[in-house]
Design a protein around this ligand. Structure first.
Ligand SMILES: C[S@@+](CC[C@H](N)C(=O)[O-])C[C@H]1O[C@@H](n2cnc3c(N)ncnc32)[C@H](O)[C@@H]1O
Length: 221
């Protein structure tokens, strides 16, 4: 069983091993150990994880059980320039980071230069067959933050990589599905699609830090 004890003697059972609450600049922050990426404050080797810039950071800060344990094999969809996935790679095993926009992917490659377990893939997450030869099957956690139309479908298409006892953590941006409709209705549709391949464990509205976003934590059926 994973020991999630903190150096200060406390316990945060939902936190992966390697994500540690620390006081930096007088504030209690979640931190990971690694090279800084986006100008975040540091204390020695530890870097603060900004929940305002990272939906996963915000979820862990709220105490949501995500399935990340530390040392996991991770497939991360929608890596952008690497803000969140850099933290994930700090506490995970092999971390495959898919991003289809060349510009942020260039920054992502630089982030990966300092993290030998981070593998950037300039690929479209809607077409998993284009990276199936690189990504191992049986990943422990599939994390998704793609902000595109068809977010439920992307989660279902990438189910093929996830171990049967793995976890999906998907953040759903309402406005990417429907610019004008009420977010609640959009969430319902996306969750219904996700339920074709997964059993939903938790949903969590991410307002106000991440407006009009819903997080969905689910297990494969
Ligand atoms: C909200 S940003 C991700 C932020 C990032 N996850 C973080 O926290 O550091 C969404 C990203 O998804 C990417 N994206 C959107 N559709 C995609 C697709 N079909 N395949 C791969 N990446 C996609 C966008 O280019 C954008 O960089």
């Amino acid at each position: 069983m994973t020991d999630r004890s903190r150096p200060d003697g406390g316990r945060d059972d939902h936190l992966p091993e390697g994500v540690v609450p620390r006081t930096i600049d007088g504030d209690q922050r979640l931190t990971t150990r690694g090279a800084p990426v986006y100008g975040e404050p540091t204390a020695g080797e530890w870097r603060a994880w900004d929940p305002g810039r990272s939906k996963l950071g915000a979820l862990l800060g709220r105490g949501v059980e995500t399935g990340f344990e530390g040392g996991d094999t991770v497939l991360y969809l929608g890596a952008a320039s690497g803000t969140t996935v850099s933290h994930v790679a700090d506490f995970s095993g092999p971390t495959y980071a898919v991003e289809f926009a060349p510009r942020p992917a260039r920054d992502l490659v630089r982030v990966a230069e300092e993290r030998p377990n981070l593998f950037p893939l300039l690929k479209d997450a809607r077409r998993p067959e284009t990276y199936a030869h690189v990504v191992e099957s049986d990943v422990d956690v599939l994390f998704q933050d793609v902000a595109t139309r068809g977010q439920g479908d992307v989660a279902c298409r990438n189910r093929r990589f996830l171990a049967d006892d793995g976890w999906l953590v998907a953040t759903v941006k309402a406005r990417s599905e429907d610019v004008t409709g009420p977010p609640e209705v959009t969430y319902e549709h996306v969750v219904e699609t996700i339920e074709e391949e997964y059993e939903v464990v938790t949903t969590e509205r991410m307002d106000p830090l991440h407006e009009d976003h819903l997080a969905v934590v689910a297990r494969p059926r």
